[in-house]
Design a protein around this ligand. Structure first.
Ligand SMILES: Cc1cc2nc3c(=O)[nH]c(=O)nc-3n(C[C@H](O)[C@H](O)[C@H](O)COP(=O)(O)O)c2cc1C
Length: 456
């Protein structure tokens, strides 16, 4: 695969983010990476001629990889400027359908808006978007961070190879994807247990058809659980009866229904029709009653997908909730298949993509690092449960067991190192001498990490 890397970091080759690309180069020798230091040399790349050269390179590549740091809620100025010039010079039809993805490093503070900014611009110019990787700036230094990067790249390779992310522009130009024939239900594998949780009403033909469509493209057996069939004694009343032992005040059997029929699965697909800008009151009843699990992320690592009937693209609040729930729960969101687009073919394409991605996530146990929503959300819960541990006993036990109490006060080594660097930098002669060398010094541990070979 020919990968054109648009490095938006003003630090050029000294970019921390770029070290992840260097790591990929070392580990995936079959892929060809070409790096352009767009951010550092923006003066050059904003020139019409140079920008046209980049466009030619984009045309020849299989994948465009934006590599950049998060800067003040979004991307650095230099990358914004390049995008302005690029959009000005580009004939969108020429690159329509080409794949793009992104890698950022940051401390996860508003990494979501940076990723969305790049995605929105990519959609504008007709690119096919593959969900990017938002890494913490220290991730490459840890085994887990390197594994996340490798798994991310395998997912990118899978997405490009399967062409299940093609944009509408490609369909318009006559290049159609060939669907796999639907799976024969009787021959489906039972290797994984996938539950479809829905509030589908009998007369909701569209949602029913979409659920059936999904099943056709999905290689594993599924079970359907309709929450309308459960006799709820009532909605959560916030009594905190469940806080100490996870047991609800209602005796309607919801806890065992939730834990044994739904959360015991390997993957969950939620299916609903959008109603009053949410999934409807019946889904909210189900969601609130999950408070019997307190703030415990009990389905961590489980792939989660959605089948939605309605104008999802207009529901920005709902989109935030769906993404946020997956991020905080540390679930890989395998996709949201919708029916708001025009043709039968497009709906099938969406369902096929959701089915393929869910199967891939299951088979490869794919989970990517949490973004701002997940990291930020869990920090709030971490502090809350620590303070309320006397009452929230079940949550406290879970947080201790899973190492969620990652308070920075515990990182004494890092604190002392930073104190020392601060002390040295307060000496004018040392500061003068360090000028320009700081970035190189910061990169040393990353250069070492790049050499750490992993089994892929
Ligand atoms: C001007 C500036 C703004 C930044 N803004 C953010 C931010 O909004 N969120 C965040 O998590 N990190 C922020 N950071 C931290 C960088 O994203 C982080 O250090 C990144 O790893 C640097 O990557 P690079 O070496 O590839 O340029 C900011 C850094 C700078 C210098």
């Amino acid at each position: 695969m020919k990968v054109l890397v648009l490095n938006g970091s003003p630090k050029g080759n000294n970019s921390i983010t770029l070290q992840s690309v260097e790591y990929l180069k070392e580990h995936f020798e079959q892929d060809e990476f070409e790096v352009l230091n767009i951010g550092q040399k923006i003066g050059k790349y904003e020139q019409k001629g140079e920008c046209d050269n980049v466009i030619e390179m984009i045309k020849k590549s299989d994948l465009i990889l934006f590599s950049y740091p998060v800067y003040t809620f979004i991307a650095p100025y230099q990358l914004h400027r390049f995008i302005e010039v690029l959009k000005d010079r580009l004939d969108y039809n020429e690159i329509a359908g080409k794949f793009m993805t992104q890698i950022t490093t940051s401390k996860h503070f508003f990494d979501i808006t940076a990723h969305k900014y790049i995605e929105d611009n990519a959609y504008d110019i007709g690119l096919s978007v593959i969900k990017g990787l938002s890494a913490d700036m220290d991730d490459l230094l840890s085994h887990k961070g390197r594994m996340d990067l490798i798994n991310f790249w395998k997912y990118v390779q899978f997405s490009v190879k399967n062409k299940c992310f093609e944009s509408k522009e490609v369909i318009k130009s006559g290049e159609r994807i060939t669907y796999q024939p639907p799976f024969d239900e009787s021959k489906k594998s039972e290797e994984y247990d996938t539950v479809i949780v829905t509030n589908c009403e009998n007369n909701d033909e569209n949602l029913k058809n979409m659920i059936e469509g999904f099943k056709k493209y999905y290689p594993y057996k599924t079970r359907e659980v309709n929450i309308l069939d459960f006799k709820f004694a009532g909605g959560c009343i916030g009594c905190f009866n469940c806080a100490s032992d996870g047991k609800c005040i209602y005796k309607d059997g919801f806890e065992s229904y939730l834990r044994e029929e739904i959360q015991s699965a390997d993957a969950i697909i939620y299916a609903a029709s959008i109603k009053d800008h949410s999934l409807g009151a019946s889904f909210k009843l189900y969601d609130d009653r999950q408070f019997c699990n307190g703030h415990r992320t009990v389905t961590m690592g489980m792939p989660v997908g959605y089948i939605l009937s309605g104008d999802y693209s207009k529901e920005s609040n709902l989109r935030t909730i769906i993404e946020g729930r997956c991020e905080v729960g540390h679930n890989f969101l395998t996709g949201v298949a919708v029916d708001e687009i025009q043709s039968q073919d497009d709906i099938s394409k969406n369902l096929n993509k959701l089915a393929k991605t869910t199967a891939y996530a299951l088979e490869n146990q794919l989970v990517l690092p949490q973004n701002f929503l997940g990291v930020g959300g869990m920090k709030i819960f971490r502090d809350l449960i620590y303070l309320m541990r006397g009452l929230m006993k079940e949550d406290h036990r879970f947080y201790k067991k899973h190492g969620i109490y990652d308070f920075p006060q515990k990182k004494i080594g890092t604190r002392l190192k930073m104190d020392l660097v601060g002390l040295l930098m307060s000496i004018p002669a040392v500061k003068k001498n360090a000028k320009g060398k700081m970035n190189e010094a910061m990169l040393k541990p990353y250069k070492k990490a790049i050499q750490k070979k992993m089994n892929i």
